[in-house]
Write a protein that binds this ligand. Sequence first.
Ligand code: NAP
Length: 481
Amino acid sequence: MKTPKITLIPGDGIGPEVTSATCKIIEAAGVKVEWEVCEAGAAVFKKGLPSGVPTETIESIKRNRIALKGPLETPVGYGEKSANVTLRKLFETFANIRPIREFPGVKSPYAGRKIDFVIVRENVEDLYAGIEYMQTPGTAQTLKIITKKGCEKIVRLAFEYARSEGRKSVHCATKANIMKFSEGTLKRTFEEIAPEYPEINAQHIIVDNCAHQLVRFPEKFETIVTTNMNGDILSDLGSGLIGGLGFAPGANIGNDIAIFEAVHGSAPKYAGKNTINPTAVILSGVMMLRYLDLQDIADKVEQAVLVTLKEGKVLTRDIIGDEKAATTSQFTDEIIKNLGRTIDWWPKRQYKKLQVPKISSAPDYTKAKSRQVVGVDVFVESPMDSESLGKNLELLSEGTPFKLKMISNRGVVVYPSSGVSPDVVDHWRCRFMLKEETANLNDDLLLPLLKKIGDQHTWAHLEKLNVFDGKNGFSRDQGEN
Ligand code: NAP
């Protein structure tokens, strides 16, 4: 067997304890790994590097294309970004895979239900793109960026992941009923791609219903693909079903790069105490071995963990309570002692190497045959009431190629009035349509309108109203016809 070279980031808090337990077990199982130990997180922030990830660590991951990582603390209360998010973004690890599975001997209200599903969470887009603005002193905006390309990558990966583990179903969980463009893109992409995987049962599910079903019937799910924010919430719900964070492993997968880490954080109060449960990172190590296609070794480590948990002779504090608790090192040694033993407690899967889908890197990945810009939404900050503002903007647009179609406030049409009076703030979405239906908005038409608005009001931002291939690329507001 070739000696794999892997970047090892021990991380903060309990990180060094849980990662060293994992390395010890992997080596004892028969893989000689060349670990390249690198820094990231608190120690690096303290040295004054605001990203928390030094160049040497970035270079090591670039070289090795694979890393095992302990948790990294995110500084609270001062300017630095999360080093975890920096790593995810730098290496475009677009998928976060979180298996949720019942373990023998681990207490949970769901014990015996045979929970065994995996959440495939989009990892770089959505609200986590981190693009935020204060548009007025009292109105914040976060952009939810969802791309067709990002959806295609995550959907294909979910099907490939299901295939690599012999899973028979994939659910796509979205809020497409409300966010028809952003969440809807994931749903549509899922429905387009599903027929390419005829052996897998593909179903869409509204995400709130998915949360409800996960609590009532978690055993009916095998794979769930979802957007970043939905996945963040569903996967924590999932780890709650099976005994807590000590049992939730994870993988961040990119085009040809992968970073393996537990879902949990650095649990600083347990740092250095040798009491923490290392199972989540050990199982992240199992996922890493499977990614390297070392299926036999992965099975061997996984089985040893299951045997240790089932026998329950040597368990950590979180599983068995303080009185009978073994230390992290004793638990690790017990797993090593159990390497080579197997149990029938759980049906074994037939694992194959994960085929990460190759998708074109072209920026203009999605092209339209035709496009027209039929108007513009101007977001205006004004203390006026809706009637006065509406009348004023109608006057301003006289003599221009535009007519004011409507004004909405927090998503509800307030001008022309529908007779209801929602609570409003000084942040108005003012929709101007070109009077001539076949015309195309250009800067020569737009700039004089903006100048007129800007002379009397503060405008915060603009959105062009695009029509791609004959379909509106903008939403209607509540109450807009
Ligand atoms: P946390 O470190 O996950 O710890 C929360 C609690 O979960 C612990 O107090 C402990 O519960 C339990 N727990 C966590 N890991 C465990 C394990 N291996 N075995 C047994 N129990 C475990 O969450 P946090 O306190 O919110 O975050 C601490 C720091 O970690 C923060 O700086 C945060 O930003 C960072 N973080 C990093 C990552 C990452 O690197 N991927 C992820 C999450 C958080 P009890 O107190 O009940 O024993």
